[in-house]
Design a protein. Structure first.
Length: 355
């Protein structure tokens, strides 16, 4: 059973969390014990902009996660560097995420590497999945989740989703996006579970409480497969409820409303849709002619975006697979039109003790 006291580190722990999204200098406002969480930038997936079918692209890995408790005196200075997410907008392999770090007095150095870039190639070239970033210098050092590989036995196009940030401290292989062994597009991974190709043309995204299975999204915090509308926060039980499936006592950084949702369904391309918080987006595979900006729906916090294959010969506009903020990996993109794969920027969270 989990409760808010466990989430905040104990009933006697009173803190103010500072979410730092850009590199800067942090000055300790008071003396006391601080808890510092560092996440590297997510990598972009590979991009294949093609005039015909027969191309593949893997997703990018998520940034590493490090956390450390340290005593700071009032006036101590921390140098905070926040790694950018990798972005790829032309043919070829993706771009690694940037390293995030915090350096301070007495040799303090906490580092979370960015995720590793996805790859792009023709269908006859097997692609291994990318890896998540490493982490060092913390009391907790969790490597990020990676992406699935691609190995097609016949001509076709395929893309895999992005990896998830390892905020729960699980085996990183369990938060990897699914692999493709046929003409597939796999969903992104969530901190609670990866995506499973499942032998379907497009697979759903992982959820906060478990992986997807084929086209069925991973479950939300209540253990349910989500519907097609955003998670209703009013349905959440009290945090002392036995019905919560996510190990919130192991959650180490941000408020729980970031981590309540299930995974996204396949072939949903409406941009700007407020997807279930914490869930990954499903893969998109279409041979229809698409217009405007299209691609997998945005993922929830820390969750990778789905892979995108769009090979309609009359498509116009631009295709996009975008990993969630806070270090998630982006899916690979195979498209007939201009295409972008963009990983989520990293983040540093400093929990300041209150008087």
């Amino acid at each position: 059973m989990s409760n808010i006291s466990q989430f905040l580190g104990g009933s006697d722990r009173k803190v103010s969390a500072r979410l730092i999204l850009r590199s800067q200098t942090f000055i300790a406002p008071i003396s006391g014990m601080y808890r510092i969480s560092v996440i590297g930038g997510g990598a972009s997936g590979g991009v294949s902009v093609v005039g015909s079918t027969g191309q593949t692209a893997t997703g990018g890995g998520a940034g590493g996660f490090a956390q450390k408790s340290v005593y700071l005196k009032q006036g101590d200075s921390l140098t905070v560097n926040v790694g950018a997410g990798g972005m790829k907008s032309s043919n070829g392999n993706g771009v690694d995420g940037g390293q995030s770090s915090v350096a301070g007095p007495a040799g303090l150095l906490i580092q979370a590497d960015g995720g590793k870039a996805g790859r792009a190639a023709g269908w006859g070239t097997p692609l291994t999945g990318s890896e998540g970033g490493a982490a060092t210098g913390g009391d907790i050092n969790n490597p990020g989740g990676g992406s699935g590989g691609i190995n097609l036995s016949t001509a076709g196009s395929a893309a895999t989703g992005g990896g998830a940030v390892n905020i729960f401290g699980v085996d990183p292989e369990t938060i990897r996006s699914g692999s493709a062994v046929a003409t597939y597009s796999t969903g992104g991974a969530s901190p609670g579970g990866g995506s499973d190709g499942g032998g379907v043309q497009a697979s759903a995204g992982g959820g906060v409480a478990g992986p997807s299975v084929g086209g069925i999204p991973g479950p939300d915090i209540l253990g349910r497969v989500p519907g097609s509308s955003p998670f209703d926060v009013s349905e959440l039980p009290q945090f002392g409820s036995e019905n919560i499936f996510v190990p919130l006592e192991r959650l180490v950084i941000v408020p729980p409303f970031f981590l309540v949702g299930g995974g996204g369904y396949v072939n949903k391309t409406t941009r700007g849709f407020a997807l279930f918080s914490g869930g990954a987006s499903g893969g998109v595979y279409t041979e229809s002619n698409m217009t405007g900006i299209f691609g997998p729906q945005p993922s929830g916090a820390f969750a990778g975006s789905g892979g995108l294959v769009s090979i309609g010969s009359g498509s116009t506009g631009a295709s996009l697979s975008e990993g969630a903020e806070f270090g998630a990996g982006a899916g690979g993109v195979v498209s007939r039109v201009s295409a972008t794969s963009r990983g989520g920027d990293g983040i540093v969270v400093i929990e300041v003790p209150l008087k």
